[in-house]
Ligand binder design. Structure first.
Ligand code: AMP
Length: 215
C-alpha cells in the first residue's frame, strides 16, 4: 500500500508514520529526516538544503522530487511505503503522479491529519526528536521513559533548530499557501482520508488504520 501523510508541520504525521512502520513494516520515508541526515553528514545535498530548512522554506522542487522518486524505486518499497512530508506543493504532487503513472503505479491513500494552528505551535515548541533515528517526543505529552533518551534506540533527544516559534510561523505560512491546496487535489481523486491529529497517539493511530481498511 502506497500512502501519503498530509498535514501541517506538527500535526502528528511523523508519529503516526513511525507506528505504521512498526505495525505493517512499510518504509517510513520522511523528506525532512533525509535532509537532516544529509546535513549531519555534510553531504552536497545537506549543504544545499540547510539554508532552506533553517529558515522554514521549501527545498527546491526538482531536488526534492528526484530524491523521492529514486527512494521509492528501492527494493524495500516493493510492497508499499509511507511518504511523510512529500509532496508539499502541486508541482511535487504532479511530478510524483506522472512518474508513478509511467510505471503503472499509484498512491492508494492520502491521510490528511488535521490540527488547530495554536495547538501546533505548542506542540512544536515542546517537541524533541531523537538525534539518531528521528523518533519524535514531547516534553509534556509524549515523554520518553528516560528523560532525554530515545526509547527505541537510546539516542539523545534534541530540539530541532526549526522548532522555534518564529520559524514555526514561517513553516505554517508555507504550509497554508503551498501545501493546503493538496487537500482538494487528493479529495477530488477520491483517495483522501481525514483524521484528527489532536487526540491520543493510540486513538489517532486506530483511526488511521480504520480509514486505511486495515482494521
Ligand atoms: P519536516 O521535517 O517535514 O517538517 O521538514 C523540515 C523541512 O525540510 C521543511 O521545513 C523544508 O525546509 C524541508 N522539506 C521537507 N520536505 C520537503 C518537501 N517535500 N519539499 C521541500 N522542502 C521540504
Amino acid at each position: 500500500m502506497n500512502i501519503i501523510m498530509l498535514g501541517a508541520p506538527g500535526a502528528g504525521k511523523g508519529t503516526i508514520s513511525t507506528r505504521l512502520n512498526e505495525s505493517f513494516n512499510l518504509p517510513h520515508i520522511s523528506t525532512g529526516d533525509i535532509f537532516r541526515e544529509n546535513i549531519k553528514n555534510e553531504t552536497e545535498l545537506g549543504k544545499l538544503a540547510k539554508s532552506y530548512i533553517d529558515s522554514g522554506k521549501l527545498v527546491p522542487d526538482e531536488v526534492t522530487t528526484n530524491l523521492i522518486l529514486n527512494r521509492i524505486e528501492k527494493d524495500d518499497c516493493k510492497n508499499g511505503y509511507i511518504l511523510d512530508g512529500f509532496p508539499r506543493n502541486l508541482v511535487q504532487a504532479e511530478g510524483l503522479e506522472k512518474s508513478l503513472l509511467n510505471n503503472s503505479k499509484k498512491i492508494d491513500y492520502v491521510i490528511y491529519v488535521f490540527a488547530d494552528e495554536n495547538k501546533i505551535v505548542d506542540r512544536l515548541t515542546g517537541r524533541r526528536v531523537c538525534e539518531k533515528c528521528g523518533t519524535p517526543y514531547h516534553i509534556r505529552t509524549l515523554k520518553s521513559k528516560v528523560e532525554g533518551i530515545c526509547d527505541l534506540c537510546g539516542g539523545k533527544l534534541i530540539q530541532r533548530k526549526d522548532d522555534t516559534e518564529e520559524v514555526i510561523r514561517d513553516r505554517l505560512k508555507v504550509y497554508n499557501e503551498q501545501t493546503k491546496p493538496l487537500i482538494d487535489y487528493y479529495r477530488k481523486k477520491g483517495i483522501l482520508r481525514e483524521v484528527d491529529g489532536f487526540d491520543t497517539v493510540e486513538n489517532v493511530f486506530n483511526n488511521v488504520i480504520k480509514v486505511l481498511g486495515l482494521k
